[in-house]
Ligand binder design. Sequence first.
Ligand code: RP5
Length: 162
Amino acid sequence: MIQVGVVMGSNSDWDVMQHAAKQLQAFGIEFECRVVSAHRTPDLLFSYAETAAERGLTCIIAGAGGAAHLPGMLAAKTIVPVLGVPVPSKYLRGEDSLLSIVQMPKGIPVATFAIGEAGAANAALFAISMIANQNPELAAKLNAFRETQKQTVLAMELPAVE
Ligand code: RP5
């Protein structure tokens, strides 16, 4: 059964959003990736959100750029948690995407992540940590991931001052 939905406004968002997919794949999470545009396919957005709970999705990771209404509108139509990823835009470098996603009105939350690749990967890690709450095997994998990351940083060396 699909556990996490990864959706994005356009296939032009894939360069960024593939980092969420890769992270989910690395942890063995069942997920799907779909293009769902708030502005170009609003009916699809509504049906995706309306069926998310009955399909058993734990959360939806939604990435969009520019007037990034996809995460907020999904959240408006489902109580399945929505994790928003601001995709860098051509003219405003994703600051427009970030502000469009983060400034939700009280009552309809979207968990908003960093602009770009780090945000996409972290949204996936956040989804994984939510699932790991009820899954000790996944929690062990997540702890091992953190440990490896810690050891990598501890082993970092800096060049000598010239
Ligand atoms: C948004 O518009 C998409 O999320 C994308 O980031 C942006 C541009 O889409 P394209 O014109 O590249 O399809 O809906």
